[in-house]
Design a protein around this ligand. Sequence first.
Ligand SMILES: Nc1ncnc2c1ncn2[C@@H]1O[C@H](COP(=O)(O)OP(=O)(O)OP(=O)(O)O)[C@@H](O)[C@H]1O
Ligand SMILES: [Mg+2]
Length: 646
Amino acid sequence: MPLTMDNNRVTTRGRVLSVLLDEMRAAQIGVVGSPSDTTEITIDILEAAEAGRIRGQMVYLVLPHDNCRIAILGQVSRVETQNRWHEDMAFRGIIKRQGALPHLSGRADVRTATLTVQAAFTIDVDESGEEFCAEDMLGTSPGTGAKVYAVRDEVLQALLEKYKNELVYLGRVFGTQVRMPFTLRHFGKGVGGAGEAYHIGVFGKTGSGKSGLAAYLLLAYARHRNMGLLFIDPQGQFSSDRDLPFPLHLSLRAAGRDVQVYKLASQVRLREDANQFAELLRKAGFYRFLGIKNPDNQEIAVEVLYAAVRKVLTDRKAKIDAAPGNLLRETLQTILDDSKALERIYTGKERREQLADRLRGVLTDEGEYQELQEKTWQPALDLFQKVDSKGNERTALWNIVTSVINANEQETQPIVFLDISGEGTAFKDDEEIKAMLLKEIAVALDKEGGRAFENGRRLNCLVALDEAHRYVRAYTRGDDMSEMAQLTKKFVDAVRTTRKYGLGYMFITQTLASLHREIIGQLRLNAFGYGLTMGSELAQLEEIVGDPEALSLYKSFVDPQSRREYPFMFTGPASPLSFTGMPLFVQMFTRFSDFAEANPTAAARTALSVAEGGNGSGISPVPVTAPARGFATEEAFQKARNADFD
Ligand SMILES: Nc1ncnc2c1ncn2[C@@H]1O[C@H](COP(=O)(O)OP(=O)(O)OP(=O)(O)O)[C@@H](O)[C@H]1O
Ligand SMILES: [Mg+2]
């Protein structure tokens, strides 16, 4: 074996050093220059490397360190050209006249790059003489002249050998062909676990690839069978596997997971709660139809209706989940017969009598009655029925939500997609109703999580909310009683408490400003896609990221719309390379075949084989409606679709 450093315990190159210092394969891009410290290292770029892409490159160097070696890894955040002749006033006069300096312009340039240190690994030998790596920190600034090389896949593999069973690759190091290793641990203890839950934020402007990233994250987390995943899907994109970069359901199933989809429009039932029903009626325009327009009167009307519904149901010994067919007629009659009830809504005699007339009118005019029933009453009531007016069987929301957290810890947990788009219902575009629903979900998770915690059990569950900006507010004012304000308060509260139950939230949203600061403050792992460049967004990003060099690299992201590349800046514990807290820059895979090649698990291979037209041996058919983008070819995608339906 070749000798490396005299007067050193490590005199021969072991497994790791032979890869790192392999002169044949290592591409040197420069040497350590001046000034350099322990977090930022100046690199003098070699002439041979000047023409290549330097910015964003991940590079490494190996230094002597306490009798052994230390490998420093980092990303080049800035590159600068200097030419002292071009700074000289006398020569600038010549440049002005001639356009350049003969023999000096270009040739006398020096390029300096700034490396932001991301990770450091001590390379030492154990008793048996085997080389090993351990996370470390740079204890002193590097000496000038040390060689700086471009990172290769083998280098990362060698340094991260001990994580090899945990690594998952979702993309490449920004601006390079090197695969970026992620760990993405589950929230429990034991193998592959972080030992605690953490909350996740995914940000970026529309089209920046957030949903695509979320799909890859789900696939990565799905490796952990003991982790439950609940995806709240406001557009039905994930539930119907549409417009995602790869066939998500198929891949999750290929990973051995049980995938369930529930649609609010036809499969979900709300908690038995006549009060909530009365409230929903307000959002559906029921009280307005009866001529009660003032919000204060409506509020009382909600209470009156609630009491009337309760009375009818009790008299009929029925429940709202199996409401009698003429519940509306009997409820209206009950209110009409109760002068006190009418008086509560309107103290003034005139208005009261108007309302009574209106009620009588609706009860006698079949056309009006039908309209009230079909437009407002039934759509609201259907959301509470075990079997709704269209014959759909509905599962209680509470049960759906808790199925993700209540399975035995040893069992494989389900992956649930909850489509709250409400497509085909009267509530399709009503964000307030969806906020109400989300609140119920958050309450269920909180209650059941708390209960499990009291019983000494920890959940291991990630709840993702796409398009969070549509439901969660940035601020809550005390007097704001809207569902969104209440939901926001609930989430602000939940992100503080549910972590200890082993429950983490993932918020996916277009802007930082749209999410309450208290929620942002609780996010541990963040991914920032293209487009947070508005002044206030950038200022907030700066607050989170801190490092100006990292921010400048973030700003160099190009709009995915023009390049079809989806870059993200990650902060927090996403990768074994992020232990120093420096952000990581990743270009997401754009072809599923790249993912399958980088992660040669049986599941990835099966999913790919189905995607490319194989039979995928034993994968149950799933409706895949994603467009061809993530596939190697359009044909491969069509084949995958057909294979699914065969
Ligand atoms: N990693 C990827 N590989 C290939 N295509 C991708 C990838 N990520 C996103 N896309 C594609 O780019 C388009 C926009 O991406 P995506 O839907 O993820 O954006 P978004 O950030 O979620 O936008 P919005 O905020 O509007 O929901 C989609 O057509 C999607 O299929
Ligand atoms: Mg999206």
